[in-house]
Design a protein. Structure first.
Length: 163
């Protein structure tokens, strides 16, 4: 996603409720600051509660469209591919499906309660490449698409391999 807000809640609040201030507040909750879904949910709820307290005249207005809550069910399936070296990693990353990229690069923070992603963790702990891990961890998952994140990640890996 490169336009609008970074989460479905903020998008819905803006588009279906016409509440730009609340949408901005919800969008400012940065998932990278969380390692627990419970904590993330509680903070989002606090934002909405505070807004409703301060805007009681509009808090009960009906939205233009309903918000449909969804749940993701993860099923971990080995792809039959392993990386033991940075070159192996680069080769595997080139063909990695979006779902796998999302699994390792975005949701790993909450799934494993990490302050980083699977890739950065592996670079640092297994290959001793702490600077590469730091740079990969700085790829902004809010302002980039998965394809763009992959491209940036590949570029960083290629630069590391060239050294």
């Amino acid at each position: 996603m490169t336009e609008g807000f970074s989460n479905d809640f903020a998008q819905w609040v803006l588009g279906s409720c016409n509440r730009p201030v609340l949408a901005e507040q919800m969008a400012s909750v940065d998932i990278r600051d969380y390692v627990s879904v419970v904590d993330l949910r509680n903070d989002l709820r606090k934002v909405v509660e505070e807004y409703c307290r301060g805007n009681s005249n509009t808090a009960s207005q009906v939205a233009f469209e309903a918000f449909f809550f969804c749940e993701t069910v993860e099923e971990k399936v080995s792809l039959g591919r392993e990386a033991w070296t940075l070159e192996d990693f680069r080769d595997g990353l080139q063909d990695l499906a979006h779902g796998s990229l999302q699994f390792h690069f975005v949701t790993s923070r909450l799934r494993l309660q990490l302050r980083t992603n699977d890739f950065s963790r592996w670079f640092s702990k297994e290959l001793g490449l702490t600077e590469l891990a730091r740079k990969v961890d700085q790829i902004d998952i809010y302002t980039t698409t998965l394809d763009s994140a992959r491209s940036t990640l590949l570029h960083l890996v290629e630069r590391e391999l060239a050294q």
